[in-house]
Design a protein. Structure first.
Length: 251
């Protein structure tokens, strides 16, 4: 029993010594590794600091960089986007104008003509309404003054203040002729307003058609006319040659 206890104690002592030596070896290895890392960092710092100092002492030439960028931009080809020219169809323009006044001008992209066209329509409508109402009033007054019924006196509304039916009867033929001429005048002006309305409508159609036809007409600087002397061969007059003026038109 004593022998077993002695052997167990010796083995425990040997195991403790081995564990202590193992810990001391690990600590020594860690210290060596830490020293190696510190030396590496110090070496990197000593190599990097002079380079950074050199970069700071040598500033960047911004003018040179700008010239290089400009040269690169100049070498790049410029892409020009050409806008497609609008060429309207004359048939479409005329049919649109016939259907809706001013639609042909909108189709031709001539929007500035719309106030002119619709202004003409508004003026014709105003003249037609005014002359039509005046013709109606004078027609009724003419019928009343031509009748023998004193109760029909609508013509008195057109006479100056102070006139009475007795004054009208004293000059009956004069006033009958006056109301007849006024009635005919406003009827003629009403009819002219109708024709003017139709004329504005037709002009809008013609303008849309002509504008569409001339949209592709060449008005460039190449249009020119040149006069110069020339020698002609004229066999009809028995002369081999003739002198004249020649006109050259370029279009």
């Amino acid at each position: 029993m004593l022998l077993c206890c002695f052997l167990f104690g010796e083995s425990a002592d040997v195991h403790a010594q081995r564990a202590r030596k193992h810990r001391e070896g690990l600590l020594k290895a860690d210290s060596i590794r830490a020293q190696h890392v510190a030396d590496s960092l110090a070496l990197l710092d000593t190599l990097g600091i002079p380079k950074r100092i050199t970069d700071l002492e040598n500033p960047v030439d911004t003018a040179l960089l700008a010239r290089q960028n400009d040269s690169i931009q100049q070498q790049m080809p410029e892409i020009e986007l050409k806008k497609k020219k609008w060429i309207p169809n004359s048939n479409s323009a005329i049919w649109l104008s016939l259907a809706i006044p001013g639609a042909g001008q909108i189709y031709n992209h001539k929007y500035w003509k719309l106030p002119i066209i619709y202004g003409g329509f508004v003026g014709c409508i105003y003249a037609l309404t005014w002359n039509g109402q005046m013709y109606k009033d004078y027609s009724q007054a003419y019928q009343d003054i031509m009748s023998d019924n004193p109760a029909n006196d609508s013509y008195m509304d057109f006479l100056p203040l102070g006139y009475t039916q007795a004054d009208v009867m004293n000059q009956l033929s004069y006033f009958q002729d006056l109301f007849r001429r006024r009635k005919d005048l406003y009827r003629r002006q009403r009819d002219l307003s109708i024709f003017a309305f139709i004329g504005v409508y037709l002009l809008s159609v013609i303008d849309a058609y002509v504008d569409a036809e001339l949209s592709n007409f060449d008005i460039s600087d190449d249009l020119s006319m040149e006069w110069q002397p020339a020698i002609f061969n004229d066999a009809r007059c028995g002369l081999p040659q003739g002198i004249g003026v020649q006109c050259n038109i370029k279009f």
